[in-house]
Design a protein around this ligand. Structure first.
Ligand code: SAM
Ligand code: SF4
Length: 332
C-alpha cells in the first residue's frame, strides 16, 4: 500500500490528527459557548463509529498519522466512547492516543478508557475555586473535574496535563494559585491564550490576557527558567518552576504564533477535514465516504486538503475573519 504524506507548500507535514467526537458539551465556558448552547449538528451528519474508525485507519495506514487526540465539544459525552477508543487502538498498537476533556464523568470512566488504550488526557481547568469555576463554565462542577484528574492519574494516564484559559477580571489573578495546586499534585499546567473562536464572536485582542502578562504574574511568586528540552512542534513554551522538576507551559497562540512548526490536521465530528483551527475552507470526507469512495480516493482527497494550508492563522491581519465554526464544533 502506498503511504502518502500530509505535506503542505511550506514544508510542514501533518502527523498529529485532532478528531472531534461531538460538538455537544455539558459545560458552557464563556470563552467557548453561549449560555443556551448552540444548534447541535444533526445526527445524520455525524460520523458513525464505523465511519470514524475507517477514516482514522486511512489516516494511520496511508497518511502517516502518528498521534491522535480526541476532542470536541466534550468527547466523553459521546455514547460508546470506550468501545470507540478500543477500536482505534486496534488499528495500531503504537499510535499515541490522547484526549482533551473537561473531565466531567472521568472519575467513573478513566480506568476503562486506559484499559481500552487511551494513553493520556489533557484536562481543562481554569480555576480551583468553586465560585470562579461556576462563573466561567456556568455549572457548579469543579469537584467532578478534580475527581476526574485524580482518576486519570490513578489509571496510569499520566503525566496528566491541565489546560487553563485566563480571563481578565475573572480568573487572571489566580494563575499562581492554580500553578501551585497543579505542582502539588504533579499535574503539568499549560496556560492557553484566549483565541477568537468563541461562538458569540466576543473575543477582543485588547481584552485577552497575553503570555507576557501570565509570565509577569507567575514571576512574582515563582522562579521560571526555560526548560532544556527542544520545543519541536509542541505549542507550549515550557519553563522549569523553582529549579524543577515541576514545569509550566504557556501556549501563546495569539502573541507568539507557532504556525511555522504546526504538524496538525483536524477531522470534525461531521467528517470535514480542516487543515487549521482558523481555516475558512473544509474538505468533505463524509460525502466521499457515503458516496462509495475507496480508501485510496479518501486518502488523496485528504492530501489535497492539507496542501492548501496557509502559512499562518492571520489573527493580526487587518482582513482576519473568524471561522464560521466555533471551537466546540471544530475540536480544540
Ligand atoms: N471540552 C473539552 C475541554 O474543554 O477540554 C475539549 C474541547 S475544548 C474546545 C478544548 C480546549 O480548548 C480546552 O482546553 C478549552 O479551554 C480551549 N478553548 C475553548 N475555547 C477557547 C478559546 N476561545 N481560546 C482558547 N482556548 C479555548
Ligand atoms: Fe465545553 Fe470544552 Fe467548550 Fe468548555 S471549552 S464549553 S468544556 S467544549
Amino acid at each position: 500500500m502506498e503511504v502518502l504524506k500530509l505535506g503542505d507548500r511550506f514544508g510542514r507535514v501533518a502527523t498529529d490528527l485532532r478528531v472531534s467526537l461531538t460538538d455537544k458539551c455539558n459545560l458552557r465556558c464563556t470563552y467557548c459557548m453561549p449560555a443556551e448552547g448552540l444548534d447541535w449538528m444533526p445526527d445524520d451528519k455525524m460520523l458513525t463509529d464505523d465511519e470514524l474508525v475507517r477514516l482514522i485507519r486511512v489516516g494511520v495506514e496511508r497518511l502517516g498519522i502518528e498521534e491522535i487526540r480526541f476532542t470536541g465539544g466534550e468527547p466523553l459525552v459521546r455514547r460508546g466512547i470506550v468501545g470507540l477508543i478500543g477500536r482505534v487502538r486496534d488499528i495500531d498498537p503504537h499510535v499515541d492516543l490522547s484526549m482533551t476533556t473537561n473531565a466531567l464523568g472521568l472519575a467513573r470512566s478513566a480506568q476503562a478508557l486506559a484499559d481500552a488504550g487511551l494513553n493520556r488526557v489533557n484536562v481543562s481547568l481554569d480555576t480551583v475555586r468553586a465560585d470562579t469555576f461556576k462563573t466561567i463554565t456556568r455549572r457548579d462542577r469543579v469537584d467532578d473535574v478534580i475527581a476526574g484528574l485524580a482518576a486519570a492519574e490513578a489509571a496510569g494516564m499520566g503525566p496528566v496535563k491541565v489546560n487553563a484559559v485566563l480571563m481578565r477580571g475573572v480568573n487572571d489573578d489566580q494563575a499562581a494559585e492554580l500553578l501551585r495546586w497543579c505542582l502539588d499534585r504533579g499535574y503539568e499546567l499549560r496556560f492557553i491564550e484566549q483565541m477568537p473562536l468563541d461562538a458569540q464572536h466576543g473575543w477582543q485582542r485588547d481584552g485577552m490576557i497575553t503570555a507576557d502578562e501570565i509570565f509577569a504574574q507567575l514571576a512574582t511568586v515563582f522562579e521560571l527558567t526555560p526548560a532544556e528540552e527542544p520545543r519541536g512542534s509542541a505549542p507550549a513554551e515550557l519553563f522549569r518552576v523553582d529549579g524543577g522538576p515541576g514545569t509550566v507551559g504557556v501556549i501563546a497562540s495569539v502573541t507568539r504564533p507557532f504556525c511555522g512548526d504546526c504538524d496538525r490536521v483536524r477531522l470534525t465530528a461531521d467528517g470535514q477535514v480542516r487543515n487549521c483551527l482558523f481555516a475558512r475552507d473544509e474538505s468533505d470526507l463524509r460525502l466521499a465516504l457515503r458516496s462509495g469512495a475507496t480508501d485510496e480516493e479518501i486518502a488523496r482527497r485528504w492530501v489535497t486538503a492539507v496542501v492548501g494550508k496557509l502559512p499562518g492563522h492571520g489573527i493580526d491581519d487587518p482582513g482576519f475573519l473568524q471561522p464560521d465554526r466555533p471551537m466546540s464544533a471544530i475540536g480544540g
